[in-house]
Design a protein around this ligand. Structure first.
Ligand SMILES: C[S@@+](CC[C@H](N)C(=O)[O-])C[C@H]1O[C@@H](n2cnc3c(N)ncnc32)[C@H](O)[C@@H]1O
Length: 562
């Protein structure tokens, strides 16, 4: 009898890659990962007992490779952080990432070329940026297999595997996941030597966040026996009380969502993003780090009727798992941040299923239809697994504390291809000095791209600015200056109190610099004259016409730090 085709999953993490193959009837026989939390999740959902293991071990030892079971399928998704654009501006050291890829491909090459090989297909997944670091092809020598090749009477300079040449950038939203997530996937169906054509598995329509959320119970309802259909699997039904990691209050503090708001809607050089998320579209990519205050943060309106703290919330763990395509039956080990990391790291099961279907077809096996998928229904109480459900509302009494030296940079508005910013570091100083001392500065950032120019406004530069404003806008300018000085009297010259207020050591709102910049912006917009531009030679190099509100902002920000 032909055995059920087996899969070994390298860098298995929580097991998104495994899950797509499992749903398509493959037998996941081993997961390899060096992170205990992830191995625990993988073991639990795939009925395995694997121990943590370093993939680099296979880079140095053929014995280690020979000890691995011979499976029909090998999949692997090496850690993408080493190739992510966000990592050190894309300049991170990629050596470890490449070593991990080579160690993985070495296993694939041995399993493919060994006598009586069982290998039917292999796949490797990573972020799109990794494509540049993957060779189009790999010889045995390049995979450090020259001795192995010679022993097997193969020329070490022969191509062992195709790399980036045999791959595509795929968007998981095309395969039914309600998330735009682009990933580079390469590999082959061994019998054809090619990456499979997945067009038959592409869905006609992208699914939106709203479509998913409307099918899920709201996270603020009490314990209930109402039955819900899994938004991704219409044949999987769960009573609300059995849905884990969903019924808790993921509300965030006002300071967090305001930071996110500034980063998403008033970024110095990047476009606007909606807050809360636009629920008519698929979700943006779910990142590995759970964050509430950055541009990447996924922010929903809370179901609790609150203003300020808790007005917005992050998705629950079950919501992001569902946006990734994990079924309700899938359980994650660890606390909230570790659960998030495992999910944000994962390969979407829908994408993995499409690959699995292509393998089934190549093996002349029937594709498993949605109604036939078998789910691994785990018991409700699993020892050592924390269910985040609390069924209660959060108290917002522990505001997040920032690093006491946290950097600050904020501007009231963008206009005229420039921003006027308050910073707690000298933006012109080299990064190393800027990190050491807190020095409140006012500067003009010119240009809309990453390569902006900076013009610092020296302390007490506000005097010259006041003269310019008064001379060009006699009545309104004078009124603005007098009223500004009155309104912001307490903040003016008190920069020594700003940092404490910013990092949360002092909860005074008068000196909280984010609040100050917001108030200054509003004050200027309420008091700016009709004339939208001022002509000022010799203030900003190469820029004679300056938006009036930006000149007012230069005055205002320089005034408070003087
Ligand atoms: C992109 S994630 C894998 C996601 C997983 N395939 C899924 O679908 O859920 C990368 C994984 O590689 C693991 N990893 C990183 N370095 C490793 C190493 N040297 N050996 C084994 N695993 C490693 C990480 O712990 C992480 O779980």
């Amino acid at each position: 009898m032909i055995r059920t085709p087996q899969v070994i999953d390298f860098f298995c993490g929580a097991g998104g890659f495994s899950e797509g193959f499992r749903q398509q009837g493959f037998d996941v026989v081993m997961g390899i990962d060096n992170w205990p939390v992830a191995i625990k999740t993988h073991n639990l959902n795939h009925n395995l007992t694997d121990q943590v293991k370093d993939v680099l071990d296979f880079g140095s030892s053929i014995d280690e490779i020979n000890k691995l079971p011979d499976t029909e399928i090998i999949v692997g998704s090496p850690p993408c952080v080493l190739f992510s654009l966000s990592n050190k501006g894309g300049k991170a050291d990629k050596t470890l990432g490449i070593d991990l890829i080579i160690s993985f491909l070495r296993v694939v090459a041995v399993k493919k070329h060994q006598p009586a090989s069982k290998l039917v297909a292999w796949f490797m997944e990573n972020v799109p940026n990794s494509k540049k670091s993957i060779n189009p092809t790999y010889t045995f020598r390049e995979l450090k297999l020259e001795e192995w090749a010679t022993n097997h009477k193969i020329d070490p300079d022969e191509i062992a595997l195709k790399g980036s040449e045999n791959g595509n950038i795929l968007n998981t939203a095309d395969f039914g996941t309600s998330q735009k997530r682009e990933r580079f996937v390469c590999g082959e169906i061994v019998s054809t030597g090619k990456f499979p054509d997945l067009t038959a598995f592409i869905s006609k329509k992208h699914r939106s966040i709203g479509e998913i959320k409307r099918k899920m119970p709201a996270p603020n309802i009490g314990c209930s026996k109402q039955v819900y259909t899994d938004p991704n699997y219409s044949f999987l039904k769960f009573t609300a009380e059995d849905i884990t990691d969903h019924f808790y209050d993921s509300g965030i503090y006002e300071s967090q969502w305001k930071d996110a708001l500034a980063a998403k809607q008033n970024h110095p050089y990047m476009g606007k993003m909606s807050i809360p998320e636009n629920e008519d579209k698929p979700s943006r990519t779910i990142m590995a780090t759970r964050s509430a205050s950055t541009r990447e943060a996924l922010i929903y309106k809370s179901e609790y009727d609150r203003k300020g703290d808790g007005e917005y919330r992050l998705p629950t763990i079950r919501e992001i798992a569902t946006l990734m395509g994990f079924p309700y039956s899938y359980q994650f080990s660890g606390g909230e941040n570790n659960k998030w990391r495992q999910i944000g790291n994962a390969v979407c099961p829908h994408l993995s299923s499409a690959l699995a279907k292509s393998v089934r077809l190549s093996m002349r096996l029937q594709i498993i239809h949605d109604s036939e998928i078998k789910f691994n229904l785990l018991s409700k109480e699993i020892p050592d697994i924390t269910n985040l459900n609390t069924f209660s509302e959060a108290k917002f009494d522990k505001p997040p504390q920032k690093n006491p030296k946290a950097k600050f940079r904020r501007h009231p508005f963008k206009d005229g291809n420039m921003t006027v910013a308050l910073t707690n570091f000298n933006p012109k100083a080299p990064a190393s000095t800027a990190e050491k001392e807190i020095k409140w500065c006012s500067s003009v950032f010119l240009g809309a791209g990453k390569d902006f120019k900076i013009k610092s406004i020296r302390k007490s530069g506000y005097r010259r600015l006041a003269r310019l404003i008064k001379s060009q806008h006699r009545t309104q300018g004078t009124k603005f200056i007098n009223e500004f000085d009155k309104r912001f009297e307490k903040a003016i010259g008190n920069t020594h109190k700003f940092q404490d207020a910013y990092v949360g050591r002092d909860i005074s709102e008068t000196f909280e610099p984010r609040r100050l910049i917001e108030d200054i912006g509003q004050f200027i917009l309420q008091n700016e004259p009709e004339e939208k531009q001022m002509i000022i030679p010799n203030l900003i190099p190469g820029k004679e016409r300056i938006p009036t509100r930006q000149v007012f902002a230069m005055y205002a920000i320089n005034r408070i730090i003087s």
